[in-house]
Design a protein around this ligand. Structure first.
Ligand code: C2E
Ligand code: MG
Ligand code: MG
Length: 702
């Protein structure tokens, strides 16, 4: 304590005690000024204020109490004023305090101790000053902090509060005192608060716990900072809680999240948030072994709307579609409810006119289809856009976890593929993706690549199926049928690669190869004394090729008379382009080639155009022959076809004859030619000659 700087004004009308006091205090290192009475004391203090005043209580005119009161009134309560009382009684001590004295010293004075006593008084005076400054600072700090501050005990009772923004609270914070957080706050908030309290109890502090409260002003978010207040050993700990209003920060965070996770136009979640959620759902599905479906929706012809009505209308359409989708996943009626928790269904706009829907926890795959149809129906209802009616449709692809993909990305991709599949099938459509769809696509791609090389690599060969001429009971003709000996997949039947070759145009060179090979084979049979007619299948596409006639005549010029060649065409080929087709058929007939209509009865079977075609023969499709003898319809159809063909002057071949009985019936119906496994399967050319000597007797009919 820097006592040498401290000056004490001693006021006493008694000269001896004045001097003794001076001596004792100066000895203890204080500077001392002396006043002879009250009035002198006041005057001196006013002229030269000091650090402490010691007043004798009893002085003439103005006594110590009066001086004390006057000084207090003048300088406030900071100046230490010590009263020296002669009377060691409670009354005078009380009066001293009432007058504003800081302390008192009773007479008789122990002069050897008085210095220490005054030093002690000064120390506590300084401590008090420090405390006061600290308090003032703390109060200022508290006032600068906008947070609500509470003090809680370990059970969560409010002990104290500081609430500069008590306008946030429903009532005065005082009413909290003595009650617990669970009584004051709603359960969620109280839970957070108590958990922060436990953490602070354990670690000394807790930060970051948040909760929201419904206040009269609206929803407010708060964040807690809590610290354990150090207390004396054995005392129960208490906790200081700062509760900060973070509503604005939350709102900013929310806005940022919306920008990152939501589509600005429709307000739906965007691709990022959809994929993130889908990933979580896939994990959940994996963990709980439940199903999950993803619907991928694309508006049909949306580009048209943008192009013709403008982008503003386009945007409006997308908003309306989003609204309908929201409706679609939350139906009002119970009838169309799915067997899943529909509140879990997730909706998103991926971009453009693409939307996605996810169905978590799905047990029945059909639910996805039900929802897809429900959405399709909703989209189909006309949209009224600023007085203009717009009708839209959507194509929807469905992928199901885990069959169609085991990750979010994979599911989205397969749903997308399925959507394209739906579009391919004529739009306004829903399609499941099935794993076999990709497998098929891959195989097809592979097959197509190999098909291009097959001719070069000489992988095709022909087999021939004999046709029995019923009049002679002998094989008089054969049908050439193509085979593909694939290097890895082995023998591939024509039904698997002919449609593909028709799609990519390869059928033209392949067909020409068949024609050339079959004719060359027929020429060889002729040369070896076996006059056989060979039937070659022609694809519609070959028919459309203007080169067909040239190619046929060119091939025949290689050494086969035209009447030994029969070209099999299907109804499809004839329907497409009637005039050109008719011209080609006539030209071929004129060239002397035989023409037959294959698979008759399976296509349009339009009798009227049959009359206009220059055909020699029709081949009754094997599906009718298969029905014989038991199926009455088949019998009636075959009978009708045969009689019609006869009337038109065509001869009739029946395909797919597998039993003697079928052969007999067809014979009785006056078919001229029979073809089928009963006589022979398609065989290599080398096996044909052995069959030619055989005379077929259909017992009882011949
Ligand atoms: P298609 O012209 O109707 O040929 C008859 C098909 O029936 C052949 O099948 C033949 O093996 C089969 N068949 C014959 N008798 C029977 C029988 O008794 N029972 C059963 N169940 N089937 C019988 P394949 O060889 O598999 O040919 C299928 C189709 O592929 C042909 O039907 C034809 O449309 C097409 N095709 C075959 N070769 C060629 C070709 O070189 N060019 C073109 N464009 N198409 C061809
Ligand atoms: Mg055929
Ligand atoms: Mg056929």
């Amino acid at each position: 304590m820097p006592s040498n700087l401290l000056r004490i004004l001693v006021a006493d009308d008694e000269p001896t005690s004045r001097l003794l006091m001076q001596a004792a205090l100066e000895k203890s290192g204080f500077e001392v000024s002396l006043a002879v009475d009250g009035e002198d004391a006041l005057r001196q203090f006013n002229a030269n204020p000091c650090d402490m005043v010691m007043l004798d209580v009893e002085m003439p005119d103005i006594d110590g109490y009066q001086v004390c009161a006057a000084l207090r009134a003048e300088v406030g309560d900071e100046l230490p004023i010590v009263m020296v009382t002669g009377m060691d009684n409670l009354g005078s001590i009380e009066r001293a305090y009432e007058a504003g004295a800081t302390d008192f010293i009773a007479k008789p004075i122990n002069w050897s101790l008085i210095g220490h006593r005054v030093k002690y008084l000064f120390r506590s005076y300084l401590a008090m000053l420090e405390l006061r400054t600290a308090n003032a600072r703390n109060a200022a700090i508290l006032n600068a902090i906008p947070d609500l501050m509470f003090e809680l005990d370990l059970e969560g009772h409010y002990l104290d509060y500081h609430s500069p923004r008590s306008d946030l609270l429903a009532g005065p914070p005082k009413r909290f005192l003595g009650r617990t957080v669970s009584e004051i706050l709603p359960p969620d908030a109280a839970g957070e608060c108590m958990s922060a309290l436990r953490e602070a109890h354990e670690k000394g502090f807790s930060t970051g716990k948040q909760f929201k409260l419904q206040l009269p002003q609206g929803t407010h978010w708060f964040e807690l900072s809590m610290s354990r207040k150090s207390t004396d050993a054995g005392q129960a700990p208490t906790f200081i809680v700062l509760s900060r209003d973070i509503t604005e920060r939350k709102e900013a965070e929310h806005r940022i999240t919306r920008l990152a996770y939501f589509d600005g136009l429709t307000g739906l979640p965007n691709r990022l948030s959809f994929l993130e959620r889908l990933e979580r759902e896939v994990h959940r599905a994996k963990f709980h072994g439940v199903g999950l479906a993803v619907l991928f929706l694309d508006l049909d012809g949306f580009k048209n709307i943008n192009d013709t009505l403008g982008h503003t209308t386009g945007d409006l359409v997308l908003q309306c579609v989003a609204d309908r989708l929201r409706l679609g996943v939350r139906p009002m009626d119970m009838v169309s409810r799915l067997d899943v928790d529909e509140t879990e269904i997730g909706l998103a706009r991926l971009g453009g006119d693409e939307f996605t829907v996810m169905i978590p926890n799905m047990t029945h795959g059909e639910d996805a289809m039900v929802l897809a149809h429900r959405i399709r129906e909703l989209i189909r209802r006309p949209f009224n856009l600023e007085g203009r009616e717009v009708v839209l449709t959507a194509s929807i692809g469905i992928a199901v976890y885990p069959d169609d993909g085991e990750s979010a990305d994979a599911l989205l991709k397969t749903a997308d593929t399925a959507m394209y599949h739906a579009k391919d099938e004529g739009r306004d459509n829903c399609k499941f993706y099935s794993a076999s769809l990709t497998r098929q696509a891959m195989q097809r791609l592979n097959l197509e690549t190999n098909l291009r090389l097959a001719l070069e690599r000489d992988e095709f060969f022909l087999v021939y199926q004999p046709q029995l001429d019923l009049e002679s009971g002998r094989i008089r003709s054969v049908e050439a049928l193509i085979r593909w000996n694939h290097p890895e997949q082995g023998l591939i039947p024509p039904m698997e690669f002919i449609p593909l070759a028709e799609e990519n145009g390869l059928i033209v060179p392949i067909g020409e190869w068949v024609l050339r090979t079959a004719c060359a084979q027929a020429a060889r049979w002729h040369a070896s004394g076996h006059p056989l007619r060979v039937a070659v299948n022609l694809s519609p596409m070959q028919f459309k090729n203007p080169n067909l006639l040239n190619s046929v005549t060119d091939i025949l010029a290689g050494g086969l008379a035209p009447e030994w060649l029969e070209l099999e065409v299907t109804e499809g080929a004839l329907m497409d382009d009637c005039d050109t087709t008719l011209a080609t058929l006539h030209a071929l007939r004129k060239a002397g080639v035989q023409l037959s209509l294959d698979d008759f009865g399976t296509g349009y079977s339009s009798m009227s155009y049959l009359t206009r075609l220059p055909l020699n023969m029709i081949k009754v499709d094997q599906s009718f022959v298969r029905g014989l003898p038991d199926d009455g319809d088949s019998l009636a159809i075959v009978r009708a076809i045969v009689s019609l063909a006869k009337n038109l002057g065509f001869s009739v071949t029946a395909e797919g004859v597998e039993t003697l009985e079928q052969a007999r019936i067809l014979h009785s119906l006056s078919c001229e030619t029979l073809q089928g496994y009963y006589f022979s399967k398609p065989v290599p050319a080398s096996s044909i000659t052995a069959l030619l000597d055989k005379q077929w007797l259909l017992d009882g009919l011949h």
